[in-house]
Design a protein around this ligand. Structure first.
Ligand code: DAK
Length: 256
C-alpha cells in the first residue's frame, strides 16, 4: 500500500510512525484509519520490531477526529467511523510490543485518546492535552471516558472532560497523563533512548509484562495476582528467562 498520511521508518528494532497531515493538524480521518490498520497488518507478524513509536508532524500530535469529515456524516456513517476507530485503538493497545506516544504538540480529543491507547507518553514542553468534545456538543468517542480516569483518576477525568479545558505538558505530567516531559528538540532523542532500552530487554518478558499489567487492571487484584503467578511459572519454559538468569550469574550481558 502506498501511504499518504503515514510516514514509516524502521531501524534498529524500532518502528517510528509519523502521522503526517499537518495542514489539518493531523486530524484522524477514514484514510488514516485505513492506512494505520494496513500498517498494523504488516507489523503484527514481524519479529524484528520490538517497539513502536507514534508521533505527529508539525505543531500537532493529533488535533482530534477530523471534524470536516464528521460534519457530513449520517448516523450509519457515524457508526461505521466509530466502530472502525474503536477497533483500531483497541488493536493498537493490544499489540504485543510496547507503544510509546511521542507527543510533539496538540493532543486533543481523538488525539489525546490515541496517545492514551499507547502504553506510555513522552511529551514535548510544547504539547497540549485535552478532551474538547463538549465544545462540539459531543462526548468523547474513542474511550477517553474510560482510559482517562484509569490513567489520571476520577476527578481529573471529570475535570478535563466536563470543562473541555486544554492543559500543558507539565500539568499532564502532574496528573499522570504523561510520564516524561522534554525540551521540544530533545523529544525524539529521549523517546528513542527509552525505546532502545526496552528493545534491548527480552521480548518475551516485555510482551508478557505488558499483557498482564493491562489484563490485571481490568480484573480483581486476586485474579490478577494469580495471572501473574501462572505467567511467572510459564517463563521457566523460556530459553530467554534462563539466559537472563545465567548471564547475571556469569557476569555477562544476556544474549537474547
Ligand atoms: N478536524 C479537522 N480539521 C482540524 C482539526 C480537527 N480536529 N483541528 C484543526 N483542524 C484544521 C483547522 O480547521 C485548520 O484548517 P484550515 O482552516 O487551515 O483549512 C487547520 O487545521 C489549522 O488549525 P487552526 O488554524 O485552528 O490552528 P490554530 O493553531 O489556530 O489552533 C487548535 C489550533 C488545535 C487549538 C485548533 O485547531 C482547534 O481547536 N482544533 C480543534 C480541536 C478539537 O476540537 N479537537 C477535538 C475534535 S472532536 C467518535 C470518536 C471520537 C471522536 C468523535 C466521535 N466516535 C466513536 C463516533 C472524537 C472527536 C474529536 O476528536
Amino acid at each position: 500500500m502506498e501511504y499518504q498520511i503515514l510516514k514509516i521508518q524502521i531501524s534498529d528494532r524500532i518502528a517510528v510512525v509519523t502521522i503526517s497531515r499537518p495542514a489539518a493538524l493531523n486530524a484522524l480521518n477514514t484514510k488514516f484509519f485505513k492506512e494505520f490498520n494496513h500498517f498494523l497488518d504488516d507489523l503484527e507478524p514481524r519479529e524484528d520490531v520490538k517497539v513502536l513509536v507514534l508521533t505527529g508532524e508539525g505543531k500537532a500530535f493529533v488535533a482530534g477526529a477530523d471534524i470536516a469529515e464528521m460534519v457530513h456524516m449520517d448516523s450509519d456513517e457515524g457508526y461505521a467511523f466509530s466502530t472502525f476507530g474503536q477497533r483500531t485503538f483497541d488493536r493498537l493497545e493490544q499489540l504485543s510490543i510496547p507503544v510509546i506516544a511521542a507527543v510533539n504538540g496538540y493532543a486533543l480529543g481523538g488525539g489525546c485518546e490515541l496517545a492514551m491507547a499507547c502504553d506510555f507518553r513522552v511529551a514535548s514542553k510544547l504539547a497540549k492535552f485535552g478532551q474538547p468534545e463538549m465544545n462540539l456538543g459531543m462526548i468523547p468517542g474513542y474511550a477517553a471516558t474510560q482510559r482517562l480516569s484509569r490513567l489520571t483518576g476520577l476527578g481529573n477525568a471529570l475535570y478535563l472532560i466536563l470543562t473541555a479545558d486544554t492543559i500543558t505538558a507539565e500539568d499532564a505530567l502532574r496528573i499522570g497523563l504523561v510520564q516524561k516531559v522534554t525540551e521540544p528538540e530533545m523529544l525524539m532523542a529521549e523517546v528513542m533512548k527509552l525505546a532502545s532500552k526496552i528493545a534491548a530487554n527480552g521480548s518475551q518478558a516485555v510482551a508478557t509484562s505488558k499483557r498482564i499489567i493491562r489484563a490485571g487492571i481490568a480484573t480483581s487484584f486476586q485474579h490478577a495476582s494469580e495471572l501473574e503467578a501462572v505467567e511467572f511459572g510459564k517463563q521457566f519454559n523460556h530459553e530467554s528467562t534462563k539466559e537472563g538468569m545465567k548471564a547475571f550469574l556469569e557476569k555477562r550481558k544476556p544474549d537474547w
